[in-house]
Design a protein around this ligand. Sequence first.
Ligand SMILES: Nc1ncnc2c1ncn2[C@@H]1O[C@H](COP(=O)(O)OP(=O)(O)OP(=O)(O)O)[C@@H](O)[C@H]1O
Ligand SMILES: [Mg+2]
Length: 214
Amino acid sequence: MILVKDVSKKYEDEWVLKNVNVEFESGKIHGIVGMNGSGKTMLFKCICGFVRPDSGCVYVNGKRIGKDIDFPEDTGFIIETPGFLPDYTGFQNLKMLADVNRKIGAEEIKRTLERVGLDPYSKKQVKKYSLGMRERLGIAQAIMEAPKLLILDEPFNGLDKKGVEEVYGILQELKRQGTTILLASHNEMDIQTLCDDICEMELGVLSKLTCCAG
Ligand SMILES: Nc1ncnc2c1ncn2[C@@H]1O[C@H](COP(=O)(O)OP(=O)(O)OP(=O)(O)O)[C@@H](O)[C@H]1O
Ligand SMILES: [Mg+2]
């Protein structure tokens, strides 16, 4: 479903992605590990269409990103820190975003907020949220429209133990429903527990690591 073909990206004199070739099969959880600055987020940005590679191409469901379509269809994502309007509540933020696609209404948003452990009726503005609450809201935003593809860059940032377990459960359930998930994490537990296969990024070079139980 996702095909990354000979993708390279250069900033000034530095190649941050070097001839990346990988295929991510549908309906699985694919993990990406690698040191700070190795290029994980950059690869996700290329797949999401936020960054254009200098060479090579990305196909999602047969459609070339940046040519056939600007961004992959039916995709939810968290890329680095999720951004929200600070003066609005969590519900209001999600409602504004949902109104763009008009796929879901208030009821689905409330259900999603509950699913990630946030109170849908809370009057608290996002600027008063803790780090973990903000991350939970980011996860809610990524999953609320039940996308077929979920791209999660460090989605466990700031989550407490219970939050991590809850999100594990959510991701496993989404996988059972057929969602394809790309997951970058520095936490080996997250990756080992959740992923069907693992890739490692090293200085812009991606290689397959292992197959695990999933
Ligand atoms: N806008 C930019 N301009 C120039 N260089 C950039 C830009 N964005 C990222 N880079 C560089 O690309 C390389 C890969 O960065 P990237 O954010 O993909 O790393 P990462 O693997 O996600 O790291 P981390 O684990 O810290 O999240 C780094 O050397 C970074 O400095
Ligand atoms: Mg990153």
